[in-house]
Design a protein around this ligand. Structure first.
Ligand code: HEC
Length: 166
């Protein structure tokens, strides 16, 4: 029977796997995960940037619609984690990858660090306000978070490539 043969083959494969797993030398470690390439870091930071648009606008409309800000604590804490992680996503290794990151990020490292700190501070305040269910503090921190996005972009994000004519 075809089914029987498949089951037998599957059993055989499972046994072979088990035997192989058993005979593995004890010292063998799982294959090391390679460090992310500069291109992968750029892809991750762009993804986080896009998701932060969604997270901040969803929080703004939820708060405006009367959602208790405590219910936004989870999302706010995620944005705060991104705030803390952002600087590392602009590692010097990423400077040569085509992106909208301006060269000034690496030539004016103190200036970039200051903008990143504004964002980290604003998002930490946002998460704290949500956790404390403090709507006024939350509204203020969301405004400073949005201002810190723009504050950094104005200096360090290149405009989108011009659309091709025709
Ligand atoms: C400290 C600087 C800094 C902060 C803070 C910052 N950004 Fe960015 N953002 C950048 C830079 C630089 C780029 C270009 C990165 C690239 O192309 O790899 C960028 C890119 C983006 C992009 C385009 C992503 C894509 O698809 O290529 C969006 C959208 C964005 N940011 C939204 C935000 C929002 C929303 C916030 C705040 C919640 C924010 N950013 C905070 C510096 C910052």
């Amino acid at each position: 029977m075809k089914t029987a043969r498949i089951i037998a083959l599957a059993a055989l494969a499972t046994t072979a796997f088990a035997v192989q797993a058993q005979t593995k030398p004890k010292a063998a470690k799982p294959a090391a995960v390679a460090a992310p390439s500069p291109e992968e870091i750029v892809a991750a930071r762009q993804a986080a940037m896009v998701m932060s648009v969604g997270a901040t606008s969803a929080m703004r409309s939820a708060a405006a619609n009367g959602t208790p800000v405590k219910n936004l604590a989870f999302v706010a804490s995620g944005v705060a984690k991104w705030g803390a992680a952002l600087p590392a996503m602009f590692a010097p290794s990423t400077a040569k990858v085509p992106s909208r990151a301006k060269a000034e990020i690496w030539t004016d490292q103190a200036g970039f660090a200051a903008k990143a700190k504004d964002f980290a501070d604003a998002t930490a305040a946002l998460a704290a306000a949500a956790k404390a269910d403090d709507k006024d503090a939350f509204t203020a921190a969301l405004a400073s978070t949005n201002a810190s996005c723009k504050g950094c972009h104005d200096s360090f994000q290149a405009p989108p490539p011009a659309a091709k004519a025709g």
